[in-house]
Design a protein around this ligand. Structure first.
Ligand code: SAM
Length: 314
């Protein structure tokens, strides 16, 4: 069973028409998603033919393919087989949840830009950003945890990423070291990871508590100020988490709006039936009305939950 307090908070924020599916998703063994790497990998048909020799016959994901991401899913039972294919080992494919692909897609980096990824390991979003930039421009990828930093470096090398410089650094200091520098900033913040909770995996939720949510929120408040400070005027920041907690999501955006001038929430058009506006009130407290421009992606059998805020700097 998931923690009762978590479930009651979840039920009080989830739209009623999505609640049953969302609750069922915590018990589901959902499909595993992956991307074919467009940085130097063979054509998609060649990769799919190779996967078929291992008994893996993935389904394309229509919305992602339409956006230029070669994303596919296959049944969860095939996760292990997929992980040990040569394609996964040599960087031809990258296993990544569908909701994680949304953040780079919405940030939409351009080939010649300078992009900051402020919480980068293990690198899934950095790799997709590099792919979208066709290895052009420049990415600075920051990660303070040594073991994760080395995993990030190894993943970037395996996937053929050539435009990224990595930094073993605390993201909270970057805004003051590099003010007004970056065209785009990705902040996939460290969070309580509530969307990864599974009823059949006690380890996924046994350390959750309201105190853990508050601890994450405290760090996220400093990280979002740092990310915004590092952004060029006219630039765009993506703030995202895989938590459902308003304290880690809308309240962080609300904090940024209160602490900095020139913050503008940009509209997010997702066109997914499980995506809804961000909250504008929590526990009787009103938040900035602009928080409604942010998006909550509620979990389904296919997608994990996610929170996305696209923020411009005037
Ligand atoms: N963006 C990554 C991806 O797509 O693969 C996942 C990032 S994960 C949600 C958050 C990361 O933030 C973790 O690797 C964590 O170690 C890192 N982190 C924790 N504290 C941090 C800090 N003060 N500054 C920057 N990153 C931090």
């Amino acid at each position: 069973m998931l923690p009762a307090e978590f479930l009651s908070r979840f039920a009080s924020t989830c739209p009623p028409d999505l609640l049953n599916d969302a609750l069922a998703s915590f018990a589901a063994k959902e499909a595993v998603a992956f991307r074919i790497n467009r940085l130097g990998a063979p054509a998609a048909e060649v990769v799919l033919a190779e996967l078929a020799t291992h008994g893996i016959e993935p389904q394309p994901v229509a919305w992602a393919q339409a956006a230029g991401i070669w994303a596919y899913t296959c049944p969860q039972e095939q996760r292990e087989a997929l992980t040990y294919t040569p394609a996964a080992g040599n960087g031809t494919i990258y296993i990544q949840s569908l909701s994680s692909m949304l953040a780079p897609l919405l940030l939409a980096p351009q080939g010649e830009e300078w992009v900051l990824d402020l919480a980068a390991a293990p690198g899934g979003k950095t790799i997709l950003l590099a792919e979208m930039m066709n290895n052009g421009g420049k990415i600075s990828a920051v990660e303070p945890v040594s073991a994760r930093y080395h995993r990030l470096k190894a993943n970037l090398a395996r996937m053929g990423v050539g435009n990224t410089q990595t930094y073993l650094k605390d993201g909270r200091v970057v805004g003051s070291l590099k003010p007004d520098c970056f065209d785009r900033v990705m902040l996939d913040a460290p969070c309580s990871s509530e969307s990864r909770f599974k009823t059949w995996d006690a380890a996924s939720h046994e350390h959750w508590s309201p105190a853990k949510v508050s601890e994450c929120a405290k760090k996220q408040k400093r990280l979002i100020l740092s990310a915004f400070d590092a952004l060029k005027p006219g630039g765009v920041l993506m703030y995202c988490t895989c938590s459902f907690a308003p304290e880690e999501n809308e309240l962080i955006v609300d904090h940024l709006l209160k602490k900095r001038e020139g913050v503008r929430l940009l509209p997010i058009a997702l066109g997914l039936p499980n995506s809804r506006p961000g909250l504008t009130a929590w526990k009787g407290k009103l938040l900035a009305a602009a928080c409604a421009e942010t998006r909550r992606v509620w979990p389904t059998g296919e997608m994990d939950g996610f929170y996305l805020a696209l923020i411009g700097k005037e």
